[in-house]
Design a protein around this ligand. Structure first.
Ligand SMILES: Nc1ncnc2c1ncn2[C@@H]1O[C@H](COP(=O)(O)OP(=O)(O)OP(=O)(O)O)[C@@H](O)[C@H]1O
Length: 540
């Protein structure tokens, strides 16, 4: 902890007093007090829907609190909008970046920070300032690259640079490592420590207790809209934090017996896919998954996993060209011309990686979403008509089983917190006991209590003799759940490992396109131009 800055200026960087906020009947924040000393990294943790994002959105001027007071550096302030937050020295890095994809890095950094009339003359100065900041904070990015050509790790650097360019003294990061490789996350933490050590104040929202223990000075715990505890990180443990968050002891590992694989459920042979722009995304995938086993696909986001899941789920990208063969339970499965509903009828459940874009219709209610894709199931029909009452009852049962909060099937999907949206999608697909479950990033943004529950459900499905294809960028999750691990790199399977016969370092090498077991590691490297937007391992 950097106590020096604190002693010189005793006023905390941030002080929240009695902050409350309701959305309709949902009380998201209730009388929240929070003190964040200057020059510290402060973790905020809590279950899905506990109210963390709401609290930070209040601090960043997205929402007005119904009650309470905000003090910045000891001075009471009102923050009616994000421009005011920026003026108060607050910067925020969102989970979903707010960058303009077809603008360059430099354009994004100066956007909104400069008066349009003065833009031209100041461009050279802005570039120099950006380059100075990038060098000083090890956030190297080319100012003239388009955002859409950057890896997610580099896009995040641009978000941080944007905040620093606006002279933020307080930086809020909402689940910043969800999209990063382990090496990128380490790099981010080095940068955050550097910022802290020069007196900046950082608030980190995360579900990963390992990160809290590694990088924060203090941590505050939210539960059901209240702040229930604050601790100096050095004086607590992951077990205590988990219990404070969830209100009970949480198993922090997956308990499972060895797999007993049966007959092949899915066969993938020579699968190739070229997208509408002519880039080959899958370059000949061969896979087999048997009944009663979990095949984990590890890899840095953007190496073809998304395309593989989409094709298997029956939703290939528009304009994609496909070739190869799919076999499900001994029957040929058409590559195209079969949509998600047909796949579901054939016994394939699908939790897409991007729940908001593909898993849910955000304006529809939870009960409509909980039946999405299964409207033709016999239990949801009464003759020719849809049986809404049956769908509502089914959704209510799933919501209760998965502890979705608030437990109200009539709310639109968009009113649930990210983790609770994810639970709705997972409940819909897993509870149908599909022969093959395709599951992408199952616990992204999900709290530890719910991770424990979702992991148990995936293992139970396997133990019931079903096949699971798990795609995750979380190596811990892949290692804990998979019976076999295939690593994807640049549209190919780089190698396959058993979890008890590999290490995160070995998998990390494969994820970067290097096979430590091969005598010709360079032979596996792709042509550099193939994936300009997804430089694997970028940022390390
Ligand atoms: N715009 C909104 N309209 C209606 N309800 C909302 C809105 N934003 C949040 N809520 C509700 O407020 C509560 C707190 O949500 P919030 O997003 O702050 O939780 P969170 O702790 O950040 O959760 P997660 O870890 O899942 O992101 C939830 O019950 C959520 O459903």
């Amino acid at each position: 902890m950097s106590g020096a800055a604190q002693q010189e200026d005793p006023a905390p960087a941030i002080e929240l007093r009695g902050i409350s906020k309701a959305f309709g009947t949902v009380q998201a924040n209730r009388g929240i007090d929070l003190t964040v000393p200057r020059g510290t990294i402060h973790g905020i943790i809590g279950e899905n829907g506990a109210g963390k994002s709401t609290l930070m959105s209040i601090l960043y001027g997205f929402y007005r609190p119904d009650a309470g007071q905000i003090l910045i550096g000891g001075q009471p302030v009102t923050i009616p909008d994000s421009q005011s937050a920026i003026r108060a020295g607050i910067g925020m890095v969102f989970q979903h970046f707010k960058l303009v994809r077809n603008f360059t890095v430099l354009e994004n950094v100066i956007l909104g920070a400069e008066d349009g009339a003065r833009l031209r003359p100041s461009l050279a100065r802005a570039r120099r300032e950006l380059q100075r900041l990038a060098a000083e904070y090890e956030l190297l990015v080319d100012p003239d690259t388009l955002i859409e050509d950057l890896s997610v790790g580099h896009q995040q650097r641009v978000e941080i640079l944007k905040a620093l360019y606006r002279q933020a003294d307080i930086l809020i990061l909402d689940e910043p490592t969800g999209v990063l490789t382990p090496a990128e996350a380490d790099h981010l933490f080095r940068i955050l420590r550097g910022l802290r050590d020069e007196g900046k104040t950082i608030i980190l929202i995360t579900h990963k207790l390992r990160e809290i223990m590694e990088i924060t000075d203090n941590v505050s715990v939210m539960r059901r809209s209240r702040m229930v505890a604050s601790r100096a990180t050095a004086e607590t443990s992951t077990a205590e934090l988990a219990e404070l968050m969830v209100g009970r002891k949480v198993l922090l590992r997956v308990d499972k017996a060895p797999a007993r694989p049966g007959a092949p459920v899915l066969g993938v042979r020579g699968l190739r896919m070229t997208d509408a722009t002519g880039v080959e995304r899958l370059r000949g995938i061969d896979l087999e998954i048997r009944a009663g086993e979990i095949l984990g696909i590890a890899g840095v986001a953007g190496n073809g996993q998304t395309q593989l899941l989409e094709i298997l789920g029956g939703y290939p990208e528009p304009g994609a060209r496909l070739s190869g063969e799919l076999v499900l339970n001994g029957q040929a499965l058409p590559l195209t011309g079969s949509d998600g509903r047909a796949r579901r009828r054939a016994g394939i459940g699908h939790v897409p990686e991007d729940r908001q874009a593909e898993g849910l219709i955000m304006d529809f209610t939870a009960w409509e979403n909980a039946a999405f894709g299964y409207h033709d199931a016999p239990e949801f029909r009464r003759g020719w008509f849809l049986d809404n009452a049956a769908m509502r009852a089914d959704a209510a049962a799933k919501i209760e089983h998965f502890d979705v909060r608030p437990p109200d099937p009539e709310l639109p999907a968009k009113s649930f917190s990210g983790g609770n949206q994810q639970k709705i999608v997972v409940a819909r697909e897993v509870e149908r006991n599909p022969d093959l479950l395709l599951i992408g990033q199952p616990t992204r943004g999900v709290d530890i209590g719910a991770i424990e529950f979702i992991h148990k459900r995936i293992v139970a499905l396997r133990d019931a003799g079903k096949a699971v294809l798990l795609v995750s960028v979380e190596l811990d999750e892949i290692m804990a759940l998979s019976d076999r691990i295939a690593v994807m790199f640049d549209g190919r399977i780089m190698g396959e490992r058993r979890p008890d016969q590999t290490t995160s370092g070995d998998l990390g090498s494969l994820m970067a396109g290097v096979d430590p077991a091969s005598t010709d590691p360079q032979g596996a490297m792709p042509p550099a131009a193939a994936h300009p937007g997804h430089a694997p391992g970028a940022g390390a």
